[in-house]
Design a protein around this ligand. Structure first.
Ligand code: SF4
Length: 341
């Protein structure tokens, strides 16, 4: 479990930390990095997180819901060749889930071999089941902030207890679950930051991300300082050392927290998943998780970053990897039962 000193480390101590994390990732996954694409389907959101420009109180934001046919055409016929998985993402917008996401998953399941992840917020259990039945297998649901008081202060989605119950429910009902937290929130204490590791370790997760806090222009926190890239990367390294087996993404916001080399440093700190943005360019600017001025990760940029760090795109999809892990786990359980008998 990381300590406050470890998360604040700099200079040689930091280099040693990052190289241990990279070694842990390479022992587990070799040089392979999973490569998925994301489509952002709707920026409507019923939540009001203080750190996000898509919060419902942002009345100036032009809201959009993409069309199923346009997205299906884009993903089936124009996705980059290196993409093995797709992540379908929305604000918390159950209408978009029913009208766009579900038909899109069914079409993609029928027409492509892509692994399908979704990141749609908390929904009712019947809708989770429909999504799974349609063909999605990984649910991305960040717990955002582990400290309950800070969670409430930041108006993070729904309520704390409920969010964790949803994470546990998803895992118990057969989803692969990836979660995540925010590093460097305004006035976040070491105690609050470290609580994220304790909670991540206690939840039934298959992966976890660390996102640097980015003060969005259209949020109540617009004047707060941006998270330090060093703190963010130290958290990623701490997470990798805590759970060498987890899938840990290099999030695109690393480009905002560390404009010159934040993303590549993420790959040097044990990240093993990267994401190409495939959201149609006419609506991409209004998907305001961070700032309007987004740094769009294209296939060219992603492949260049992977190659520059001596890594390789995985040919196996994330969904297949999880599936094979599950098979390996059940056969080792069967072996131990047989040995015990
Ligand atoms: S972080 Fe997610 S749930 Fe919160 S306002 Fe933004 S899109 Fe909505």
């Amino acid at each position: 479990m990381p300590t406050g000193d470890l998360l604040r480390s700099q200079g040689e101590a930091q280099e040693a930390l990052h190289s241990c994390a990279a070694k842990a990732a390479s022992n587990q996954f070799g040089r392979k990095v999973f490569l998925r694409a994301v489509v952002e389907v709707s920026n409507f959101c019923r939540e009001n997180c203080a750190y996000c420009g898509m919060r419902r109180d942002n009345r100036d934001l032009a809201r959009f819901r993409a069309h199923h046919n346009e997205l299906a055409e884009l993903i089936i016929h124009h996705r980059p060749a290196s993409v093995t998985d797709i992540n379908i993402q929305t604000g918390e917008d159950p209408v978009a889930v029913r009208e766009v996401v579900l038909p899109l998953i069914r079409t993609l399941r029928r027409e492509t071999p892509l692994g399908i992840s979704v990141c749609l917020g908390t929904l009712d259990t019947a809708l989770y089941s429909e999504l799974k039945k349609a063909g999605a297998s990984t649910y991305i649901i960040k717990f955002e902030i582990a400290d309950p008081a800070l969670y409430a202060k930041m108006s993070a989605p729904g309520n704390y207890k409920e969010r964790l119950e949803h994470i546990r429910h998803l895992s118990a009902s057969g989803w692969r679950v990836s979660s995540g937290f925010i590093a460097g929130l305004p006035d976040q204490s070491d105690h609050e930051l470290l609580a994220n590791f304790t909670l991540a370790g206690a939840l039934p997760l298959d992966g976890c991300s660390v996102s640097p806090f980015i003060p969005g222009d259209e949020t109540p926190l617009a004047a707060a300082p941006i998270a330090s890239i060093d703190l963010t990367l130290n958290c990623m390294a701490g997470l990798r050392l805590m759970r060498p087996d987890w899938v840990i993404p290099a999030v695109s916001a690393l480009n905002l927290a560390g404009p010159s080399d934040g993303y590549r440093r993420g790959l040097r700190t044990g990240a093993n998943l990267v994401t190409i943005n495939m959201t149609p360019s006419d609506v991409r600017g209004d998907y305001l998780l961070y700032k309007r001025d987004r740094f769009i990760m294209t296939e060219e940029r992603i492949l260049a970053a992977i190659a520059a760090e001596g890594l390789e795109p995985s040919l196996q999809s994330l969904a297949d990897f999880y599936h094979s892990q599950k098979r390996a786990n059940s056969s080792s359980v069967l072996k131990s039962v047989a040995t015990a008998a």
